[in-house]
Design a protein around this ligand. Structure first.
Ligand code: LLP
Length: 415
């Protein structure tokens, strides 16, 4: 059984009718399947079971505490990119020795927080950051554990906004500078070198860019070892793509089969940082049609979710499959733009989409919204954040309440 599937014309999440959720919690509404999170995580765990490895779920993709707790309970570590994400990990009682901390702009406070928590390693993105960690660790009388993020200059063949491992991107350290920086790091008194890291992009649908990147950093690993510097971990980042439409993607086994031979003989523990692969197809966004209107050249379906709720179509032109929650008997289709209520022409979910004829009050499911959905939502146009629901079999858990108007102004002060 799929986590989201139609049974007799009605969309279900696990054992729960999605239309019942809408009745109870209204729209817009994020709905996640626990089973799906578990299955995705397990598929990776099984695929890599032959070697010593650690899966660090990338919190940024879907960061609700209830979701993080499920993954923590399955043995997941976490990839964090801010003090706020580290706080989430701490809140659910994560094992801090399973946390990696990424990001090009770590502040002094964030570094201090990571050091205090004794995380597994900072994935360091510059010489200056290394020096900052060294200094702060020194004042705290401890050592900071690090990996250096190497930018291998490979093309992951994904959207330019989510390409991170090419030399024109702001991320990591140029591969040619890698050895010098490792040598420098080894001279810093308060730094302990733990590994090497890369993350080449997101929504990668082919395993070859990973293989290519590993092949590129292997000589560097050998040089680092020859310089007498010990490494324990190789962290190859996240980026594993999912199906939004009809992409040909890879599953966990195919990924492992491609990557594992490349790692043979290195003697390093493997870390991966998947986000979207686990969360993406584990969640949907539910919304209701408010109006259907025509311009001389377009049909518009105006829904009650906006770019503030799900930014991906506006920001990347991303495709999300959209279907009625209750299948239409009338199968006649029209072509329309499905748009939100926000005052921006960029507020759309689909352009020129062929879909069954819709009318006011119809409910729609926007699929593949589990990753980079709620987490990228905002209060733009003073629109409260939607609620989040987690389904576990036939149990329904409200894991984040819908915001109310008072929440919008809670931190403001007119005096
Ligand atoms: N590790 C690092 C260092 C990252 O920067 C990211 C994502 C991940 C892991 C997880 O990547 P994933 O496995 O989820 O692809 N908002 C964009 C995606 C941005 C990804 C940012 N970094 C989107 O909606 O497509």
């Amino acid at each position: 059984m799929e986590s989201f599937e139609y049974r007799s014309g009605e969309l279900f999440c696990e054992e729960v009718k999605v239309s019942e959720l809408i009745k109870k919690f209204a729209t817009p509404l994020y709905v996640y399947s626990k089973k799906s999170f578990i299955e995705k995580f397990n598929s990776l765990k099984i695929a890599f079971s032959a070697i010593d490895h650690l899966i660090c779920y990338s919190i940024k993709s879907c960061s609700n505490l209830a979701i993080l707790r499920i993954l923590k309970d399955m043995g997941s570590g976490f990839d964090v990119v801010s003090g706020g994400e580290l706080f989430r990990a701490e809140e659910i009682g994560s094992d801090m020795s399973r946390i990696v901390f990424a990001g090009v702009g770590k502040t002094e406070d964030e570094i201090e927080y990571g050091l205090e928590q004794e995380i597994l390693m900072f994935n360091v993105e510059s010489k200056q950051e290394l020096e900052r960690i060294n200094k702060i660790a020194g004042t705290m009388g401890i050592k900071g554990s690090v990996a250096i993020r190497i930018n291998p200059d490979v093309d992951p063949k994904t959207h330019k906004y989510i390409t991170t491992g090419k030399s024109e991107n702001k991320f990591g350290v140029d591969i040619k500078e890698g050895l010098n920086l490792y040598k420098y790091a080894s001279t810093l008194k308060n730094i302990e070198i733990k590994g090497i890291q890369m993350h080449i992009g997101s929504q990668i649908t082919d395993t070859f860019p990973y293989v290519n990147a590993i092949r590129k950093i292997k000589p560097l690993i050998n040089d680092i070892k020859s310089a007498g510097i010990k490494l324990e971990n190789i962290d190859i980042g996240g980026g594993l793509g999912i199906n939004y439409k009809e992409e040909v993607t890879f599953d966990a086994k195919t990924f492992a089969d491609a990557v594992l031979p490349e790692l043979e003989g290195l003697g390093l523990k493997l870390i991966i940082e998947p986000g979207r692969f686990i969360a993406g197809n584990s969640g949907i966004l539910l919304t209701r049609v408010q109006y259907v209107k025509k311009s001389p050249v377009k049909n518009f379906v105006i829904i009650d979710a906006g770019m503030n709720d799900l930014l991906r179509p506006s920001l990347y032109g991303a495709y999300h499959s959209i279907m009625p929650v209750i299948e239409k008997e009338e199968k006649e289709k029209t072509v329309c733009d499905i748009v939100g209520p926000v005052c921006e022409s960029g507020d759309f979910f689909a352009k020129d989409r062929e879909i069954e004829k819709l009318k006011q009050g119809d409910c729609l499911a926007v699929f593949s919204a589990g990753a980079y959905g709620f987490v990228m939502s905002s209060n733009y146009n003073s629109r409260p954040h939607p609620a989040e629901i987690l389904i576990d079999g036939s149990s329904v858990h409200l894991i984040r309440k819908r915001e109310e108007y008072v929440d919008l102004i809670r931190l403001e002060d007119v005096n």
